[in-house]
Each structure stands twice: as C-alpha cells, then as structure tokens.
Design a binder for this molecule. Structure first.
Ligand SMILES: [Zn+2]
Length: 384
C-alpha cells in the first residue's frame, strides 16, 4: 500500500501528489489542492506525464484497451441485430484505497467515485460505436471485467439463455427417455463417454444442442414420459430445453436424425412455453386378460363407457384428465388392442391394470383382470 509517508519528497517539507485529469477533475475541480499536515505541505498536481496516484493511469492506458476488447468480442456474432448488453466491472482494491486516502485528507465528500466514473466512461465509449446498446435489466450479452492491482484484466462474456421447443419421435423399441449415465459434472465429456453406452432420447438431445449452440449448460424439461419399449410416432412428444450461456448462435430450427430417433428443435420465446405443456395423445394399448374373450361385442360396448373423466392421485393430489375416445381395435384369444384419444398425463398401465386407485379402470369396466403389455403413442395433438 502506498501512502504519504512513502511518497517521494520533492523537497524537505513538500509532497506532490500527481493525478491524471480524470482523477483530478473528479475529486479536485472545485476544491483546494494544497494543505499542510504534520508541517508538511501536500500539493495535488494535475499531470499528463507522471503516474496517477489513484488510478495508475488506468483511464488513459487500460480503459481504451478494455473498450476495444469488448467491441471486438466474438460474442457479438451470436446476434444478427444490434444487441442489448450490460457491463460489470471489478476494480482493484488499490483504487478505492488511494482515492479514500486523499478524500479523507482533503475532506472531500459527495463527489462521484472512481467506479462510477469508470463504468460511465466504458459505457459511453461502447455506445459511441453503435454496435450495441446498454440495457441493465435484460441484456443479450453480459460482460464482466475484472482488473487486478497491476492493471491486468480479464473479460468474461455470458450470453442470455434461450429456449428450444423440441419434439422427439421414437421409431424403435428399447430407447429410454432419460439417460441414467447423465451426470452434470461430466457435461464436457459426456457425449464422448456415452457414445459406446446405451443411447437415450436425452443423449440425442444433449449431443445435438451441444454441437449446435455450445452452451455452458442446458436444462431439459419433459412434458411427460412413456415406457422404454413404447414407440412415439406422428409429430412426436414435446419438450423444452433451456440453453444456458450459448457460445454459438446456432440455427433457428434444426432436424436431427439418429438411429430410430428423430428430433426437431426450434427456438421459441419464453412466454410460448406453457402452450406446449398440455396436449392430447392418440395411443394404442396392448392388453392381456387373465381369461379368454367370449363376447367381443359386449367388450366393445363396455369400452365406450371409458370416455369422460379419469381421476387418479399424483403425489397425494387428486388429478382429473379426460378420455375423448376409446375403441376396441382387435381381439384375439386373451389379448386386446385398444385405441384411445386421451389427455397427456394419464398413467396408462395403472388405467389398464388398476393396481393403484384410478377411476375408471379397464379391469373393473371389463370385470376381468387386465394387464398392459405395452403401449405406443401414435400422435400428439396440441390443444387449440
Ligand atoms: Zn487517475
């Protein structure tokens, strides 16, 4: 720490403190610049040549370099329009300490501090360039500048998150939705590591989002799930990906074809997300009965009574969904194939078997113990 005792004495009883024009004008434009302390006179000098006591010539040397680096950031490539940005700075402790020291000596109060002036100047110079504009509340890019005591600095830039609406189609059986190998700490090497392991929908999503947008992280929100052995056909099941701090702008829309998996990804606005949470599914359910079917016509008519509300419990809360259509498609020996048009979210195995409370339930309606062998989703229909 530098203080008055260590400053070089110009002569036996006078100390000169040199300040750059920024630090001088900020603190001394209206103040006296000379005082006598312990019989030593202290004089503040505005200098263009010597090193500034407060900022070490940050304003003249380092600040323009920082502005230049920000303006030439590759992150501007993430947007096609003029982006809103915000800039935060962390200054060396020495700046505050030196300024406070002088301020208390000369009893300066209520003037702009060094941090405020640095931030104002950086923002002013950035805006002059018209490459971007400043928005503290909702920036597309957020720059963080950290400066150390030796005036070395680093600039970190984070891009605002965005959302993808995804849809997946599963053309083969045995593909799990979630990836049991997924661990957050593996995120950088996850794709390579998992390549030889069992594939999943989650793996396909993470791999393509990483390669297209190179984000720091991502969060997948599912809108429901099906069995590992279920097919998902038609337009596919929707899901949402929050893409956190992307490094690449990436496409607005993307279709990915993997073995037995098709993905569609499309950028959407945050307020559109809710729309994709509720939908109907068209399902084919394959059922095994505990005895042979004798009267198919009777089953067919009983099946129609399934249409209407379905009530069940989810985490101790009573939930109601709807079945819009139910039909017996095929019957053979002790097996049934039924077709349902229903709200997403009805637990299908429970609805068939009734081992846990659900009303109505196929086993009860047919008065025969039923078991769901498997089910396939034929299409997904968004409400509206
Ligand atoms: Zn200065």
């Amino acid at each position: 720490m530098e203080n008055l005792k260590t400053l070089k004495l110009e002569n036996s009883n006078q100390i000169q403190i040199h300040l750059c024009k920024f630090c001088y004008d900020r603190n001394f434009s209206m103040k006296k610049t000379l005082l006598v302390k312990y019989s030593v006179s202290v004089r503040i000098m505005k200098t263009g040549m010597k090193v500034c006591y407060i900022c070490r010539n940050f304003f003249l040397g380092t600040l323009p370099t920082i502005v230049n680096k920000i303006l030439n950031s590759e992150m501007f490539g993430l947007t096609t329009y003029i982006p809103a940005i915000d800039i935060g700075t962390r200054l060396p402790f020495l700046f505050y300490e030196n300024e406070d020291h002088l301020r208390s000596m000369f009893q300066i109060k209520g003037t702009t501090g060094i941090k405020t002036q640095i931030n104002l100047l950086i923002r002013e110079k950035i805006q002059e360039n018209k490459k971007c504009y400043i928005d503290h509340l909702n920036p597309e890019l957020k720059f963080d500048v950290v400066i150390d005591n030796d005036l070395n600095f680093s600039i970190d830039c984070k891009a605002k998150e965005f959302y993808l609406l995804g849809r997946y189609v599963k053309l083969g059986r045995g593909i799990a939705q979630k990836d049991k190998n997924w661990m957050k700490k593996d995120s950088q090497t996850y794709c390579k590591l998992t390549d030889k392991k069992e594939k999943s929908i989650e793996y396909a999503i993470r791999k393509s989002v990483w390669s297209e947008y190179n984000p720091e992280d991502m969060k997948i929100t599912w809108t429901g799930s099906e069995d590992k052995y279920s097919l998902v056909l038609g337009r596919g099941r929707p899901f949402i990906v929050k893409v956190i701090n992307p490094k690449i702008k990436g496409p607005e829309e993307k279709k990915v074809l993997e073995e037995n998996v098709e993905l569609h990804l499309r950028k959407i606005k945050h307020d559109q997300i809710d729309y994709y949470g509720k939908y109907r599914i068209l399902v084919t359910v394959f059922v095994k009965l505990d005895r042979k079917i004798r009267n198919i016509g009777h089953f067919q008519s009983l099946m129609q009574t399934l249409t209407g509300e379905v009530t069940f419990r989810v985490k101790n809360r009573i939930t109601t969904r709807n079945i819009y259509f139910a039909k017996l498609v095929n019957a053979d020996d002790d097996k049934l194939e039924i077709s349902l048009d229903m709200d997403n979210g009805i637990p299908i195995k429970q609805f068939v078997g009734g081992n846990e409370p659900i009303k109505p339930c196929l086993s009860n309606i047919l008065e025969t113990k039923c078991e769901c062998i498997y089910f396939d989703i034929n299409d997904v229909i968004l409400n509206k």
